[in-house]
Design a protein. Structure first.
Length: 558
């Protein structure tokens, strides 16, 4: 037994000795690791001072100092130097002499970057930043030197970008930098090389922020609209970016073509979003369904093409106030629909008009009353009318005309005549007023008055109208015309347009007929069918300085 006790004590002593040795070994390893880390950290901060980041970008230098991973700290140094090489404005805060000297050292710093990221990539093979920065450093160095290898040996910088994209497919930077580099040398590439580079651009363009940054460069080098449009992502946001680029370049033909693509893409996107709203409602998520429905409302321009979509969005949208983005759209849709309603066209159903009127903001009493009529709420319309007490003013003329129509449809000829009697003189003998007068007379059984209204309306018929026919409602110019013949086109003179030109949108009978480029001294010809009778022509300047229209005429068929 004593021997056994001695054996156990020996084992325990041996274990304690082993533990102490292990602890000492671990401590030695930890100390070694700490010493190695400290050495790398010190070397990194020395590099920061050598390249001047502590003077030019002290905030970034401090972040690098706090970075616990020495390799990641070196990558951060390389990233800062590449960013400076891409944007010379980073030296703008320096004295002029210092700024010139710093710009002159860019190539030297790019050599430093190449060495840093090459070592970092070896240390961190899974790093996507290291190959991306390697590709950027090589490209910038070759580009600054005018080195023919920039084009002849593109793999030097293209391959690192491709590796970075494969390592981090969700990151936009590798694709963005690769596409930016490709666009810079695009004119130097052969047609076959340009075609092979389409995939590089397409990958970058798929990211909306990246496309917004690259679109101007792409449109500048693409050569023609067909080539440029072939790589534009087919979604409304991308086509809006393209419209902005082309408007700044005063390429109005291209702008109008892009706007038509935008309308087509918006229609497809809207259909998908409305299905998603329905799915969210079925899934018991009214909050997100409402948010998406209001996004649909905010995106849709007033036009017969989108009227059904607007109606459906308002039907699906759970109750509540509109967002700031949706309110202007709702007001625009309300104004558009009321213009039709005054002329006897119910462009949106009463339920939709009621919803729009309930959420629209800043409506004057005359428009509130008119909207109530369009929503089939005569009692509310008359309440607003009585409270206003201003029926004789010109602003109330459209309401009086519409009210006369509504009362005539209800068989109230006396009330309808009273409403017509209140129409301001500025609106009397207009196509809308004469048509309402005819309907009221027919309701009252007054064939002579109906015939007189018809004769007066026919007397307005013509095939050409002077510039004075136009009226302005905010940014929209409109005119009511009565065609005396069938025609196949409308010609529109432009009285005022800037030397750079502009792009206009034209609506004919409440539907967008054309998006048209305009130039000084040029007639605008709109190919569209014109029938006998009354029509509404509206013009809006979409891009460029405001356009003032002039004489209008119809071109006979044959």
């Amino acid at each position: 037994m004593p021997r056994a006790g001695v054996g156990l004590r020996s084992i325990a002593l041996a274990l304690r000795v082993l533990a102490a040795g292990t602890a000492a070994a671990l401590a030695a390893v930890s100390w070694g690791q700490w010493s190695a880390w400290q050495a790398e950290h010190t070397a990194n901060m020395r590099l920061v001072r050598e390249v001047g980041l502590d003077r030019r970008q002290p905030v970034i230098a401090e972040r690098i100092r706090r970075e616990p991973d020495p390799v990641q700290a070196r990558i951060a140094i390389a990233r800062a130097l590449v960013a400076e090489s891409l944007d010379l404005q980073s030296f703008a805060s320096l004295p002029q002499r210092d700024a010139i000297e710093e710009v002159g050292r860019i190539s030297e710093r790019l050599d430093t970057v190449e060495g840093i990221v090459t070592d970092a990539w070896v240390a961190h093979p899974a790093s996507w930043e290291a190959p991306m920065l390697l590709g950027a450093a090589r490209f910038l160095k070759l580009s600054r030197a005018g080195d023919p290898r920039l084009v002849q040996q593109r793999a030097m910088w293209e391959e690192p970008f491709a590796v970075a994209a494969r390592l981090a497919p969700a990151e936009e930077e590798p694709a963005l930098l690769a596409a930016s580099a490709t666009l810079e040398i695009w004119p130097l590439l052969s047609v076959d090389d340009q075609r092979r580079s389409h995939e590089v651009l397409r990958r970058a363009f798929g990211d909306p922020p990246a496309f917004a940054r690259l679109a101007a460069g792409w449109m500048a080098v693409a050569g023609n609209t067909t080539e440029a449009f072939s790589l534009v992502p087919d979604n409304p946001a991308a086509w809006q970016v393209v419209q902005g680029v082309l408007a700044r370049a005063a390429d109005w033909e291209g702008y109008c073509a892009a706007r038509e693509r935008w309308r087509t893409a918006l229609r497809a996107q809207t259909a998908g979003r409305l299905r998603e709203v329905e799915e969210r409602l079925r899934g018991g998520d009214p909050f997100s369904a409402r948010t998406l429905a209001l996004e649909v409302v905010a995106a849709l321009p007033p036009d017969l093409l989108f009227a059904d979509a607007l109606r459906r969005a308002m039907e699906l949208c759970p109750p509540g106030p509109l967002t700031a983005a949706a309110t202007p759209a709702a007001n625009a849709w309300l104004r558009w629909s009321l213009e039709g309603f005054v002329r006897g066209h119910q462009l949106l159903p009463p339920a939709t008009m009621d919803r729009l009127a309930g959420v629209a903001s800043g409506l004057p009493p005359s428009d509130r009353a008119l909207a109530a009529l369009a929503a089939a709420d005569l009692a509310l319309a008359e309440t607003v009318e009585r409270r206003s007490g201003a029926l004789a003013l010109e602003a109330w003329a459209p309401y009086c005309i519409a009210k006369a129509r509504v009362l005539a449809q209800r068989g109230d000829a006396t009330g309808a005549r009273s409403a017509l009697a209140s129409v301001h003189r500025a609106w009397r003998n207009t196509p809308a007023e004469l048509d309402a007068r005819r309907i009221v007379a027919e309701t009252a059984g007054d064939s002579q008055a109906a015939a007189e209204a018809t004769v007066a309306l026919t007397a307005l018929a013509a095939h050409a109208w002077p510039a004075t026919v136009w009226q302005w409602h905010g940014a929209v110019a409109s005119c009511d015309v009565v065609a005396d013949r069938e025609a196949r086109a409308v010609e529109l003179a432009i009285d005022v347009v800037s030397e750079r030109g502009a792009a206009i949108g034209v609506r004919w009978d409440h539907a967008v007929a054309h998006t048209v480029p305009v130039r000084a001294g040029k007639l605008v010809r709109l190919e569209l069918p014109v029938s006998h009778g009354a029509h509404l022509l509206e013009l809006t300047t979409l891009a460029g300085e405001p356009v003032i229209p002039g004489k209008v005429s119809v071109v006979p068929g044959g």
